[in-house]
Design a binder for this molecule. Structure first.
Ligand code: 5AD
Ligand code: FES
Length: 346
């Protein structure tokens, strides 16, 4: 698929034609990654962040929230729950929190690898080479960092540099691959100023980067952030809407362009349609879900966008909710770590 074809699908509004897109994506998903839905337990380790991303509710600029960092014992307790629920992976996510030191995280990764057979995924922001090398050596398997948009000008507008450190997430992704991580990335859909052309290029960049995991979700304005206030947008016929429908289109097209990738049906999508957003994502190309393992008292403080799904649930509730949803749509629960199946072009 080329940029023009992707853009045409993104602009398509005819329900019947879209049914064709959903069917093609679902068939491609069955052929390449099968019927299993893999479960990645998400632990939101810390909401402390050094950055000021214009969209993010836990950015350093938000003075309205209480900050926390979980203890090693609290994290290990979540890890044991993940084992109990039968998950194959734990994802440790946090703001860019330099109180999460190289050594502290190294110990935790070592403990998880010694005490369980879980895959370990990290999502800790833009960390130094030394940190990434140490964590990989300690046994971390995967790293997630979204590039958010492939439009450099738009990227810079919503990501103020940290000191003199301006970021190049494409370079970071290449580096992570070189260090031997399975690499995940993705974008937000409907960022103010994001055009259809931008989004089509994002999807082509997924292929270019040969990503193992691709997470996409709608941009949800957070009132305590610069992008939560009204901002100049792209001309209205060019601006991508941050809707549920647009998210399904991007999931489906991503599946067609990257048939073997692991694609989650994300919490941001579920937040727009709590009734059956997760299921529709899974039926239109996705093959992963990320049940939340964060203890309830911290969950409420990890509000990167308002109205986040699962913010008041327990890890037990999310575990049974998700397995029920998966089985109800005729899919099976993944077994094992559920890493990338094939390595075609690397
Ligand atoms: N709306 C939607 N997604 C968001 N993220 C951060 N803030 C928001 C928001 N307001 C996404 C970013 C980030 C991921 C962890 O969460 O894409 O990479
Ligand atoms: Fe958390 Fe459904 S996944 S309540």
């Amino acid at each position: 698929m080329d940029e023009k074809q992707i853009t045409d699908w993104l602009r398509e509004e005819n329900e019947q034609k879209l049914e064709t897109l959903w069917r093609l994506a679902d068939e491609t998903r069955i052929t390449h990654v099968g019927n299993q839905v893999h479960l990645r337990g998400l632990i939101e380790v810390s909401n402390i962040c050094a950055r000021r991303c214009g969209y993010c509710g836990i950015s350093a600029g938000n003075r309205q929230i209480q900050r926390y960092r979980m203890t090693e014992e609290e994290i290990m307790d979540c890890v044991q729950r993940a084992v109990g629920f039968g998950y194959g992976t734990v994802v440790m996510q946090a703001g860019e929190d330099y109180g999460i030191t190289r050594q502290w995280m190294t110990n935790i990764i070592r403990r998880i690898k010694a005490e369980t057979s879980l895959a370990v995924t990290l999502s800790l922001g833009e960390r130094s080479d030394e940190d990434l090398i140490a964590w990989r050596e300690a046994g971390a398997n995967r790293y997630l960092i979204r590039f958010e948009t492939s439009n450099r000008e738009l990227y810079d507008r919503i990501h103020p540099p940290l000191g003199d450190k301006s970021s190049d997430r494409f370079a970071i992704l290449e580096n992570l691959k070189k260090l031997g991580y399975e690499v995940g990335s993705g974008v937000m859909i409907g960022i103010p100023g994001q055009t259809y052309e931008d989004l089509a290029r994002d999807i082509l960049a997924f292929r270019e980067l040969d990503l193992d995991m691709i997470g996409v979700g709608p941009f949800i304005p957070h009132p305590e952030t610069p992008l939560g206030q009204t901002l100049p947008c792209a001309p209205s016929d060019e601006q991508v809407p941050n809707t549920e429908q647009m998210t399904y289109k991007v999931i489906a097209l991503t599946r067609l362009v990257c048939p073997e990738a692991n694609i989650p049906s994300t919490t941001a999508l579920a937040s727009l349609n709590k009734a059956d957003g997760r299921e529709l994502g899974l039926m239109r190309g996705a093959n992963i879900v990320m049940p939340n393992l964060t203890p309830p008292q911290y969950r409420v403080m990890y509000e990167i966008y308002p109205n986040k799904a699962c913010i008041n649930e327990t890890s037990e509730a999310c575990a049974s909710c998700l397995s029920m949803r998966i089985l109800n749509i005729g899919r099976t629960l993944g077994s094992g770590q559920g890493g990338r199946l094939k390595r075609s072009s690397r």
